[in-house]
Design a protein around this ligand. Structure first.
Ligand code: ATP
Length: 751
């Protein structure tokens, strides 16, 4: 068994067809050199001065390759992946008449020449027949074509302009496209025949049976495990593109010309999508530029494992087209897809997810409680719970979210829960950072408060000291002015005493002069002189007394001047001290003001932080209530799922009963059919005998019995399942000859 492809890249396989009759007539030389590694080719151009071109692909098939080999390499990994629940695409691209339809469909009636599509169908049913009996499969088939930019349903040609839609569970799909349940490969071949007959095919100068449309054959395989009810669903896209052509070369005109233009336009859009996906700089991929690229959106860069088969002609006559096809393949090789298994969860898987979610919820609740405690510890009030919160709205939202697939809804809820959880984690982190900050700020604030009160105390002390100083200064100023006035008084007294001293000196001098004059004039006057001398003596004593008083006053005056001087020095010192203190006071006031400003800032910060903290708390509570609501919703969903499970079990039992009844009916019908066949055989024998008789009697007047033309029954489409390990009841393609459903172009001759 081939291993499914694990690379996300598109696999590109190149196939060269043999030279056709027309090409052989132009010469059998080929410019293609196939290397032994089966991955490289060199094109030795017929043009002069043209360097050989080298191309490398995942595999290259020579013109001698067999259909089975192409199938093994190009398609088996894809069908394996589809059976595992991946989406898979195989599409063929190439010049007109290069062998796309031969590779994709081939000759249905010939086991050797049949192409990829019938072989894949065979593999699907083979895999179902060997699968575990506990797995139930349903296989659906749809067939569409894009012709002149319109999508036509090939299984119901009345649907001619179908629309492309996209949704979460189905991805990109064609709306209203007939999807038929099939139970065997033969049923699929029948539908292929119906579709191929409805396809736009026409004669061109290059290909007598040229496909004028892009065809898309879709097989959807859904597997349900009957025990766990888990489902996987893989969609297989098998695309046969219309061939690109040079209009001048194909000589298209009229309707063919219009078709060719439209084909080339959509292939150009395909090239542009591939360029945008691979050039590494495009921000937009123009999938919507054509129906083809929109339908192939998941296959190109999306959810699918894709193989591209590029088909080429080996003739030098088609060298340009071959090189351009090879370049297309090289570009497509670097497209990276994102394939994933399309599955739905089982009840037990959902239960496990629910248990995990509950565990998460409990963890969150514990965290919330811890935060609430820490908030209370920090004296931060808890915001009031908003009980009016729109539970109804949330319920509605969940209901709307409930898409057709329950598992998708569960997955979405889980995803949302996960998102809420991450958000909560982030918020908790923030809350932690903020509460740390708040604690730090509160500590700082306490320090500031202590500092502030010590500063205020210091300020008050200083102010007290200042007023004491001022009082002292006032006292000293008063005593100083008193001293000054005393000083002035003393000065005045000194002046008076000096004046008196001077007058006394004058008087003594005058008296002395008189005495000397008197002594010189007469001795008799000695008595008078001694009297006068006594007077002088008395006057002298008086003067001496006055002088003594004066020197005492002088002394006093000196001491008071000294006192005044020392007072003056003291006053100067005090002035200096006052000045210094004023400066210090100023700087202290400035410092105090800046500290007060800082405290205000901190208070503001604290208020902001508190506000942010409150908001976070609100968010936390909101998230908490959302989580609780989600949990409730989960439980509701779980109940609903149990209900669905019970319904399904009941249905299953009913189905089994129905099946038994149907089987017995079928047996009865088969018995009846056998009897009828027996009767028909008898009638045929009788008829033959009668014809023989008639022939002997025939005179030419008896007309022939008209032949009955059988038409295929259009059965109503009920879901049909095939049990794993059960072989389809019709013979396989290898045992049956399909003369009536050969592909229109099978074995046709080229022009
Ligand atoms: N590998 C091959 N071996 C033998 N015959 C082939 C091979 N590939 C193509 N042919 C024949 O070449 C002819 C053209 O092939 P086909 O119709 O598959 O081309 P195409 O690419 O689908 O053309 P268009 O784009 O015009 O529909 C057919 O008759 C087909 O049988």
């Amino acid at each position: 068994m081939e291993e499914p492809d694990s690379s996300p890249n598109i696999r590109v396989i190149c196939r060269f067809r043999p030279l056709n009759q027309k090409e052989k007539e132009m010469g059998e030389n080929t410019s293609i050199e196939f290397c032994e590694d089966n991955k490289t080719i060199i094109i030795n151009s017929a043009l002069e001065n043209q360097e050989p071109l080298r191309f490398n692909f995942d595999h290259i098939f020579t013109p001698a390759s067999k259909q089975i080999d192409v199938y093994k390499i190009a398609a088996i990994p894809t069908v394996e992946a589809v059976m595992q629940g991946f989406n898979g695409t195989v599409f063929a691209y190439g010049q007109t008449s290069s062998g796309k339809t031969f590779t994709m469909t081939g000759v249905l009636s010939d086991p050797e020449l049949m192409g990829i599509i019938p072989r894949m169908v065979g593999t699907v049913f083979e895999k179902i027949s060997t699968a575990d009996a506990s797995v139930e499969f349903s296989v659906k088939v749809a067939y569409a074509e894009i012709y002149m930019e319109k999508i036509k349903d090939l299984l119901d040609p009345s649907k001619t302009d179908l629309k492309i839609r996209e949704d979460k569970t189905r991805g990109i799909y064609i709306e209203d496209l007939t999807d038929r349940y099939v139970g065997s490969e033969e049923e699929v071949y029948d539908l292929m025949k119906v579709g191929t007959d409805n396809r736009e095919v026409g004669y061109t100068h290059m290909n007598a049976g040229s496909s004028r449309s892009h065809s898309i054959f879709i097989i959807t395989i859904t597997q349900t495990n009957a025990q766990s009810f888990s489902t996987k669903s893989g969609r297989l896209f098998l695309v046969d593109l219309a061939g690109s052509e040079k209009i001048a070369k194909t000589g298209a005109e009229g309707k063919r010309l219009e078709e060719a233009k439209m084909i080339n336009k959509s292939l150009t859009a395909l090239g542009q999508v591939i360029n945008a996906l691979t050039d590494g700089k495009s921000t937009h991929v123009p999938y919507r530029d054509s129906k083809l690229t929109r339908v192939l959106q998941d296959s190109l860069g999306g959810n699918a494992k894709t193989s591209l088969i590029i088909t080429c002609s080996p003739s030098p006559y088609n060298e340009d087209e071959t090189v351009s096809t090879l370049r297309f393949g090289i570009r497509a090789k670097s497209i990276k897809n994102k394939p994933k298994i399309n599955r739905e969860y089982t009840v037990s898987e959902l239960k496990l997810l629910l248990a995990q979610a509950k565990e998460e919820l409990e963890k969150k609740e514990k965290q919330i409680k811890a935060y609430t405690r820490s908030l209370e510890k920090n004296n931060i009030p808890l915001p009031e719970e908003d009980t009016n919160n729109s539970v109804e709205e949330e319920d509605k939202k969940v209901e709307v979210d409930e898409t057709p697939s329950k598992s998708a809804a569960q997955a979405e809820v889980i995803e949302e829960l996960e998102a809420v959880r991450t958000e909560l984690d982030n918020q908790n982190c923030l809350v932690q950072i903020l509460s740390d900050q708040i604690n730090k700020i509160q500590e700082e604030r306490l320090d500031w408060d202590v500092m502030k009160s010590s500063l205020i105390e210091e300020k008050e002390n200083l102010e007290g000291k200042i007023s004491e100083f001022e009082k002292e200064i006032k006292l000293k100023e008063a005593s100083f002015s008193l001293l000054e006035s005393q000083n002035e008084e003393l000065q005045r007294t000194i002046q008076v005493l000096k004046q008196q001293n001077y007058e006394l000196d004058q008087m003594i001098t005058t008296k002395n002069f008189e005495v000397e004059r008197y002594l010189g004039k007469s001795k008799s006057q000695e008595d008078v002189i001694s009297d006068l001398q006594g007077q002088v003596q008395a006057e002298r004593e008086k003067a001496a007394k006055i002088l003594q008083d004066f020197s005492e006053i002088q002394q006093k005056l000196n001491t008071s001047s000294e006192i005044v001087q020392s007072k003056e020095i003291e006053s100067l010192k005090y002035e200096k001290l006052k000045e210094l203190w004023n400066e210090e006071k100023k700087s202290l006031i400035t410092e105090l003001q800046s500290k007060v400003l800082k405290v205000t800032d901190i208070r503001k910060d604290l208020d902001d932080t508190r506000r942010a903290f409150k908001n976070l708390q609100a968010l936390l509570l909101e998230s908490d209530s959302q989580l609780r609501q989600k949990n409730e919703q989960y439980l509701k969903n779980q109940e609903r799922l149990y209900q669905v499970l019970e319904d399904m079990i009941t249905q299953n039992t009913l189905f089994k009963l129905d099946k038994q009844a149907s089987e017995s009916k079928v047996n009865k019908f088969q018995e009846k059919a056998q009897k009828l066949e027996e009767e028909v055989r008898r009638y045929k024998e009788k008829l033959l005998q009668a014809e023989l008789k008639l022939n002997t009697l025939d005179d030419g007047r008896i007309s022939r019995i008209p032949q009955m033309k059988l038409t295929r029954n259009q059965t109503a489409q009920l879901k049909r399942t095939i049990k794993g390990g059960v072989k389809s009841n019709l013979p396989g393609i290898h045992q049956r000859y399909y003369s009536s459903i050969d592909v229109a172009k099978a074995g046709k001759e080229d022009n």
